[in-house]
Design a protein around this ligand. Sequence first.
Ligand SMILES: Cc1cc2nc3c(=O)[nH]c(=O)nc-3n(C[C@H](O)[C@H](O)[C@H](O)COP(=O)(O)OP(=O)(O)OC[C@H]3O[C@@H](n4cnc5c(N)ncnc54)[C@H](O)[C@@H]3O)c2cc1C
Length: 458
Amino acid sequence: MTTTSSPTPVTPAENPTLPFWRTDLHELDEIRTTPELPETSDIVIIGGGYAGVSVAYHLVNSQPQNTPAPSITILEARQICSGATGRNGGHLRPDVYHATFQCMEQHGIEAATELAKFEVSHIPAVRDVIAKESIDCDFHLSRCMNVYLSDENAEKAKEIYDALHANGFPYADNLQYTPQTEAEKVSGVKYAKACISFTAGKLWAYKLVLGLLARIIKEDSVNVQTHTPVISVEADGADHLVHTPRGTIRTSKVVYTTNAYTAGLLPEYATTIVPCRGICCHIAIPETETAPYLEHSYALWNKEGKFDSYLISRPDGSIIVGGASTTFAHAKEQWYNMTDDSTLIEPTKNYWDGYMQRTFNGWEKSEAAVKEIWTGIMGYSYDIHPHIGEVPDKPGQYVCAGFNGHGMPVVFLSGKGIAEMIHTGKKFEEVGLPRVYRTSAERLQAAQEGPEGGSILA
Ligand SMILES: Cc1cc2nc3c(=O)[nH]c(=O)nc-3n(C[C@H](O)[C@H](O)[C@H](O)COP(=O)(O)OP(=O)(O)OC[C@H]3O[C@@H](n4cnc5c(N)ncnc54)[C@H](O)[C@@H]3O)c2cc1C
């Protein structure tokens, strides 16, 4: 028997901060399908966030006809969706702009188009699955406004816009550039020097994931076990033994949907997917006050040209806002290689007090105030792209992790790709995933040999 996992696993913290999204819990939040763990399962999925549930949903829904359904077990260390998915900004924002441009510069227009196509296709995919499964998760389409407050960023924004058009980037038609003369009026943001908008969505991700889970647990083949942290995974011939404090499951296929915590079970990913702490809050106005409803969602860069915050409005007019990395980037011990979401980021905890009043026209007298504030742990990928596919040198083990602060337009169809690989035995290249997502020994090696933090600390 060969031990293939870390002796000191990284598992989620106890007593995490309470995000707004987890103030209205679903009845399946702490589900245990059976009192005991099954002794065997054809497939074990580790992690009950968006990725874990997406993989399971697609496994159930793409089951080849006339074959018996494989047994699937989902093991979750805390509650369903208690990780990044239940603590995020709710912004489904295919990045057809900055990330696409960066990918075009690094890998060429073909790879960039593939990436953008994949992200953009999440909007109809998520909309359609919500309709198909009748999931009430406050899904709304919007235009995301990238708003720039510095002249330099405004000029750069126009350059990128022109370059994407000049290179024939197929999604360039969805971009709307607004120059300084109208930027403040169009965006509603004070002192805006330019803005670019494109199609995006906003949603209550916790409710989406729990809705998908509610659908698949109707199948006898699916067993879900919360409060069951996996301690290690051991190869045993062609099988794997998945060890937890509640017992061991024998399986032929393991899927790691552990995102930020992946290195706890796959130590070879320690420099490749680094846990990094982020912070978000919910801002509301008193019932007696009013403020303009924000139709758009936002990504905002400040007067110094640095990324400031991203935000969405909720159907009730309240706001979810996250980011603020300028306030804590210098204090590495507050966020880098950090799995503790039980406390706030100290330098940031008061940053959004008065934020709406100082940022948006018409909000000055709203008395908008922070209602809930929380932290969450993201899995930052060394080269910014997630790791999807079979773990190098570990047949039968799959990874679907490393989604950065950008999982909403990436996770759902990545889960579909993994499900197809498992059901059909197809290779990564055959299931329609962007080439830059393929996990590989080369990408692991680059992270091990490159400067600490890679793109994260650059
Ligand atoms: C503060 C914050 C704001 C964000 N804002 C946005 C946004 O607005 N838009 C966007 O696109 N993305 C955003 N993101 C990123 C997005 O939320 C993630 O990329 C996405 O949710 C990742 O989903 P996941 O299922 O891979 O990870 P997670 O939701 O973290 O799920 C992983 C699960 O694995 C479990 N687990 C880990 N180790 C083990 C183990 N050993 N045994 C059993 N279970 C284990 C964890 O408990 C967790 O539930 C944000 C993230 C944070 C933290």
